[in-house]
Design a binder for this molecule. Structure first.
Ligand code: TYM
Length: 333
């Protein structure tokens, strides 16, 4: 297939800490596979989005480089995929400004992530947090993405990007491809191991609820053994069994087994056997990636050269869209 005929995929990741098992199962792992499925993939680290919450500068830089190394360790193929750091492609911030002017206060006020994050960071409800979806829309629309693979928590943001694209196209004629979200069947919403009603997140205060992709095997085992479940013992998917449902979701995503197969496998065995089995599956999945990661992250010169080389590739694609938009809205070029 010629490059232009391939459907374009775009996705990005915040790098405010080490990726969690939620990022891995809900997003990263599927995105690496999509490279092999005939899509034209564009991936990036959303470091500008990270600034909407106060960061320690040296840590943000460190996490950004580590996240870059982690995706390479997972098998991101730079011959097939463009993979860059958002702040190194200035077109994102430029288009975001323009899109701000085509997005309504009311629709941004309805975003659940804005409501959640402003409740959590009540002392810093900044304008960036509010217009975050416009920057995300710019990320997507600059690359004329057909599909945006994300975990379930980002679906609303992809929907507002669609609304913005349709609105802009309605005023100025076809400019943007209207993107569709792509949500995985299993792993789309990995929950905290300590509170299965809230999503697993890097910023979770209780680190026992969160598996980091760089956790060592003993830590992973310990966290799964302590995972909150209900007072029953049957490994069965059902209402009121949020903890077990979450563990089943993780096990299904990692092993590819269906819920029925999992229920059969653990019939009569109880949580005491199920939890370490989930941990073992996760450990086995992450081990080879962690080994490659340690080699890649140690080679600072290689990493730096790689992300520097990627930025112009992304800029070339992004500028085509930005120029078109600037012309349409009446900016002198
Ligand atoms: P972020 O950095 O929070 O998460 C990166 C990806 O991981 C998914 N994810 C999860 N999936 C399942 N279970 C979880 N517990 C879980 N936690 C996170 C997210 O859905 C996401 O796919 N705003 C975005 C980053 C972004 C972006 C974009 C994404 C910026 N620009 C353009 C797509 C397209 C975010 O904060 O994701």
């Amino acid at each position: 297939m010629e490059n232009q005929e391939k459907k374009r995929i775009l996705s990005m990741y915040q790098c405010t800490g080490t990726f969690t098992l939620g990022n891995y199962l809900g997003a990263l792992r599927n995105h690496i596979k999509l490279q092999e499925e005939g899509y034209d993939c564009v991936y990036a680290l959303a470091d500008l989005h990270a600034l909407t919450v106060r960061q320690v500068p040296a840590e943000l830089r460190k996490y950004t480089k580590e996240a870059y190394a982690f995706l390479l360790a997972m098998g991101l193929n730079l011959e097939k995929t463009v993979f860059f750091i958002q702040s190194q492609v200035p077109q994102h911030a430029e288009l975001a400004w323009i899109l701000n002017c085509y997005t309504q206060f009311g629709e941004l006020s309805r975003m659940t992530q804005f409501k959640d994050k402003s409740a959590k960071h009540a002392d810093n409800i900044n304008a960036g947090l509010f217009t975050y979806p416009c920057l995300m829309a710019a990320d997507i629309l600059l690359y004329q993405a057909d599909y945006v693979p994300v975990g379930a928590d980002q679906k609303q943001h992809v929907e507002i990007a669609r609304d913005i694209a349709e609105r802009f196209n309605g005023i100025y004629g076809d400019t943007f491809t209207v993107p569709e979200p792509m949500i995985p069947k299993h792993g789309a919403r990995v929950m905290s191991l300590q509170n299965p009603l809230s999503k697993m997140s890097k910023s979770d205060e209780n680190q026992n609820g969160n598996i980091s992709v760089l956790d060592d095997p003993d830590t992973i085992m310990r966290k799964f053994k302590r995972a909150k479940t209900d007072s029953g013992s049957e490994v069965r998917f059902g209402e009121g069994k949020d903890g077990v449902n979450n563990l089943m979701g993780i096990y299904a995503a990692v092993t590819g087994k269906t819920f029925e197969e999992i229920e059969r496998e653990f019939e009569g065995k109880g949580y005491g056997e199920f939890k370490p089995a989930v941990a073992e599956a996760v450990i086995a999945e992450l081990r080879p990636i962690q080994e490659r990661y340690r080699e890649i992250v140690a080679d600072k010169a290689f990493l730096e050269q790689t992300y520097r080389e990627q930025a112009p590739r992304a800029q070339a694609i992004a500028q085509r869209t930005l120029s078109k938009v600037m012309k349409k809205v009446g900016l002198v070029q």
